[in-house]
Design a protein around this ligand. Structure first.
Ligand code: C2E
Ligand code: MG
Ligand code: MG
Ligand code: MG
Length: 287
């Protein structure tokens, strides 16, 4: 029998090439322990309307993106870029992702009850490996019912990799049928971002921060400009990621991006800080 046990099906995603086998095995073991012992938490990065919202002056975010954090008892904080690929290739992203979804939906309901219309919609990253599970959408439906979160208040962020798998696209259709929004993350970095939009319906795209970084080039012929025109033509919402300067925010606003996120506005925050922001309209700086 598979030593991963019967619940974890094997898929053939490539392992990151730079992580030696032994280190991966250790990380896999530590991930299992970490999931069992609750070493993970979720932080939330504000996504703001670009037309003038100021988180330091009474503004509140329209949405927040949930980002997982792992505090390893020995190594300290391990970045998602280091452990998510291992969680994906081992299938551990399935139980971890389920925990993240429950956690974030519960949080979204708590904020909605406490702050009403000022509460942000919740955006959650979901791996292709999770979407491949035939019952993924049914699982999401159960979590929505159990927590009482309206499906319209949840956005699932997928990557282009997911849209290459028919089973993932099926899950996307099932999620949309529930009323959950779908966002295509890191837009523009894949091999065929445009054809992705043909095969997989999405409600939103997130401009990859590589193109936010180049959006202030002196002429109009930037990827950021082309992407917003395309999004408007297709009636897809757009969020610009990785905004680090006021000049970038200004340019993206001029180009017509309705929403943005990035260190310029706020870093990912522990939930208590989002609470304080919603209650006072002021983000306490620091993380
Ligand atoms: P992503 O979904 O594209 O998330 C955005 C990443 O950019 C986050 O990194 C965020 O902290 C970072 N970021 C935000 N604003 C800025 C900025 O202005 N400048 C720069 N340089 N970076 C910015 P993080 O939290 O390290 O996550 C990295 C990736 O790991 C995510 O990229 C996502 O693909 C994955 N990930 C994180 N949390 C989860 C999760 O809960 N589930 C899954 N499946 N994947 C996750
Ligand atoms: Mg994301
Ligand atoms: Mg992204
Ligand atoms: Mg990314």
């Amino acid at each position: 029998a598979d030593r991963d046990g019967p619940r974890i099906r094997h898929v053939d995603y490539a392992a990151p090439l730079d992580v030696p086998v032994r280190a991966r095995a250790t990380l896999e073991r530590d991930l299992r322990t970490g999931i069992d012992e609750g070493q993970f938490r979720v932080v939330y990065q504000p996504i703001v309307a670009l037309d003038g919202v100021r988180l330091d002056a009474g503004g509140v975010p329209a949405m927040v993106e949930a980002l997982v954090r792992w505090e390893h008892p020995g190594r300290g904080p391990v970045p998602p870029a280091d452990f998510i690929p291992v969680a994906e290739s081992t299938g551990l992203i399935v139980p971890l992702g389920r925990w993240i979804l429950e956690q974030t939906c519960r949080q979204a309901v708590t904020w909605h009850h406490a702050h009403g219309a000022a509460a942000p919609r919740m955006s959650v990253n979901v791996s292709a490996r999770q979407l491949q599970e035939a019952d993924f959408a049914a699982d999401v439906d159960r979590v929505l019912t159990a927590t009482g979160l309206a499906p319209q208040r949840l956005t699932v962020e997928i990557t282009e990799t997911a849209t290459l798998h028919p089973s993932c696209v099926q899950s996307v259709h099932a999620l949309r049928a529930l009323g959950v929004r779908i966002s295509l993350d890191d837009f523009g970095t894949g091999h065929s971002s445009l054809s992705t939009l043909q095969t997989c319906p999405v409600d939103e795209i997130k401009l990859d921060r590589a193109f936010t970084g180049t959006c202030t080039a002196p002429d109009d012929r930037t990827v950021a400009a082309a992407v917003i025109q395309m999004a408007r033509a297709l009636r897809i919402a757009a969020v610009a990621e990785g905004i680090e300067t006021e000049a970038q925010a200004q340019r993206l606003r001029e180009l017509g991006y309705p929403h943005g996120q990035g260190y310029h506005f706020a870093r990912p925050q522990p939930p208590e800080r989002i609470d304080a922001l919603l209650a006072t309209g002021h983000l306490v700086r620091a993380e």
